[in-house]
Design a protein around this ligand. Structure first.
Ligand code: 3PY
Ligand code: MG
Length: 255
């Protein structure tokens, strides 16, 4: 049940991941072999749902890549099902209010932190793993090892970021630069001073609260900028674009 991603960051490493849009266990296997620290199964925009995500997570467990899931909405079933199939963390899109984050904590964290519905699911070996035999221990380990990470990509979340990130049960924040820039009225103007101030504010809020800071980067330059600023992790683009780019470069080089 150990969360390798959390451990790597705690040991001072910056994590590199990607969004998973291609689908298929072989694709997960390849991402694992590549040495990436994590991948995010995207059920907000991608076509996947619970059963296919479970197979991707199973495959990820064969290598040291950590499977996160971007859930499709802020709802109890979305939170519960993705944790029960073994997601090591939830990225939650389009969070707008403090109340939504309170709900997320209630749904994602077991007693006494929240009121996650009791189930000895896959990660618990369906009730047969040792750590489940003592309930306090089971709750403690689940709460510790599964990350709840709201996205900051709306004005509501930005305005309340210090409160949100300090809430017990919130493990970190994941910035959605595209939606955040759109919310600020500056679509994809990533060098705009208001956008940059927002990034600095979110990062500072995470650091001050001792919580994890993640963001998305569309290219290598921006990934490097974010890592240099001190983000704990960067999700670099998505597997589909990287595959297309690699073949385009190859074709260019060969012709
Ligand atoms: C955004 O940029 O809005 C994201 O959600 C990144 O995936
Ligand atoms: Mg977004």
């Amino acid at each position: 049940m150990k969360n390798l991603l959390k451990e790597k960051i705690k040991n001072g490493n910056q994590a590199i991941g990607t969004f998973f849009e291609l689908g298929g266990s072989t694709a997960v296997e390849c991402l694992g072999i590549s040495g990436l620290d994590f991948f995010i199964i995207d059920t907000e925009h991608g076509p996947f749902d619970v059963e296919s995500s479970m197979d991707f997570i199973r495959t990820a467990e064969l290598s040291s890549i950590t499977p996160l899931v971007r859930i499709k909405d802020v709802s109890r079933p979305s939170v519960l099902k993705m944790l029960d199939i073994g997601a090591k963390g939830l990225i939650v899109p389009c969070v707008e209010t403090i109340q939504q984050v309170k709900n997320l904590v209630e749904w994602a964290k077991y007693y006494p932190l929240g009121r996650r519905g009791f189930f000895t699911a896959r990660p618990a070996g369906y009730g047969y793993k040792d750590f489940v035999q003592n309930l306090d221990n089971y709750f403690k380990i689940c709460n510790q090892e599964t990350l709840l990470i709201p996205q900051c990509e709306t004005l509501g979340c930005l305005e309340n970021i210090e409160t949100i990130v300090n809430m017990e049960g919130v493990d970190g924040i994941f910035i959605g630069p595209f939606d955040l820039s759109i919310a600020l009225g500056k679509p994809a103007k990533f060098n705009d001073s208001e956008f940059l101030q927002a990034i600095d504010r979110i990062l500072a809020a995470c650091k001050n609260a001792g919580k994890l800071s993640f963001t998305f980067a569309i290219n290598k330059d921006s990934a490097k900028d974010y890592l240099n600023k001190g983000f704990d992790g960067v999700a670099y683009n998505m597997d589909a674009s990287i595959l297309i780019d690699a073949y385009k470069t190859l074709i260019n080089d060969l012709r």
